[in-house]
Design a binder for this molecule. Structure first.
Ligand SMILES: Cc1ncc(COP(=O)(O)O)c(C=O)c1O
Length: 352
């Protein structure tokens, strides 16, 4: 018996505590973060400009809204700042999902979606993303009863990626059924394109973007939703008093000032990704490239010896996902070629 009334379904939601290890000085290939520092000039400016008022005062969000809108070529009324894509997903659940509603999303996908589905008492219709998936697999389950569809493009951890022509079909199918759709572009920059321009033509569709991945601000928790103005206005109603913290706004603003230089990490990672995958194949391993900053490698009978060696060398690896398509292949975060060379060197220490 409890001493207060609360939403008792919450008791059934399992949450794991975050990693206790100090990850900062490790070779971090486990969380798909940016593996390289920000440009030195940018970091220097951030440190020089950071004032105590940035923590004494509440955040000044509006200047950043204007700057981001100008940068993206959209209106301020199309944007909602969020605590990363994670916050954007929660925002969408808050707007779209009532207890008992059906939501559709890939299985597996970014773990917080399952958590929100349970917390918001949604019925989850999970689409198996273990093997090959066609957009029609998603479209055919979107019926009148589905209130919200979530699709990361590319998806994590599976790496599935849909072309804009497919996404447009899904957007149209969702519109026809009056279903909200969130396209998660957390890995924007590592993949060839974006669905933002198309999404802005659909009143039921939002796109979430992150500063955590290609821009390297994972620790600051900043991202945003882009949507047609009426949808963005509804999402905006769920914003906290201040959407994101002031140091995050300050550094994200500097990132926009040096956008091309910071964003080039995406292109260099795509090159490093290919270089690493080719190198693994040359060594006789199967490897799967994705459109994100991670790849899968099948180290076959060398797997255990390699993982032990890499662990001893301070490399952090998340391990395998038991996906139908990947068996016990290992997922590794990738970055530019110089960083991949370092990893290949460690791998070769076991192979030689
Ligand atoms: C598909 C996907 N969406 C969202 C996120 C979370 O992004 P953010 O740090 O912006 O909350 C991740 C993190 O790895 C992810 O893989």
């Amino acid at each position: 018996m409890s001493f207060f009334r609360f939403k008792t379904h919450v008791e059934t939601v399992r949450r794991l505590r975050n990693d206790k290890r100090d990850r900062h000085d490790r070779f971090r290939l486990d969380a798909n973060e940016r593996l390289e520092g920000l440009p030195a000039s940018l970091w220097k400016k951030f440190k020089r400009d950071l004032r105590q008022e940035d923590v004494l005062c509440y955040p000044e969000t509006e200047k950043f809204y204007e700057k981001l809108a100008g940068h993206l070529g959209v209106g301020v009324e199309n944007l909602v700042l969020t605590t990363g894509v994670d916050g954007a997903i929660k925002n969408c659940f808050e707007l779209f999902v009532k207890p008992g509603d059906t939501v559709v999303y890939p299985d597996p996908t970014f773990g917080m979606v399952d958590v929100y589905a349970r917390l918001f008492q949604a019925q989850a219709k999970k689409i198996p993303f273990g093997g090959a998936v066609a957009i029609e697999d998603l479209i055919k389950v979107v019926d009148q009863g589905v209130t919200f569809v979530f699709l990361p493009n590319p998806n994590s951890p599976t790496g599935h990626y849909f072309q804009n022509s497919d996404l447009e079909k899904l957007m149209a199918a969702c519109r026809e059924k009056k279903t909200g759709l969130l396209i998660d572009e957390a890995y924007w920059g590592f993949s060839p394109g974006t669905a933002v321009d198309i999404a802005l033509r659909f009143e039921n569709v939002a796109v979430a973007r992150s500063f955590s991945k290609v821009f390297g601000l994972a620790g600051l928790r900043i991202g945003y939703l882009i949507a047609p103005a009426p949808l963005a206005a509804l999402l905006y109603k769920f914003r906290p008093m201040y959407e994101v913290n002031q140091p995050a706004l300050k550094l994200a603003s500097l990132v926009l000032d040096q956008f091309d230089e910071v964003f080039a990490y995406g292109r260099r990672t795509r090159e490093g990704r290919k270089y690493f995958v080719d190198s693994m194949r040359q060594r006789g391993f199967n490897a799967r490239e994705t459109e994100a900053n991670f790849v899968y490698v099948d180290f076959k009978e060398k797997r255990d010896a390699l993982l032990t060696h890499l662990k001893e060398k301070g490399v952090l690896i998340r391990g395998s996902y038991n996906l139908e398509a990947f068996g016990d292949w290992v997922r590794l975060t990738v970055g530019p070629a110089a960083i991949m060379k370092k990893l290949i060197g460690l791998i070769d220490e076991v192979l030689c």
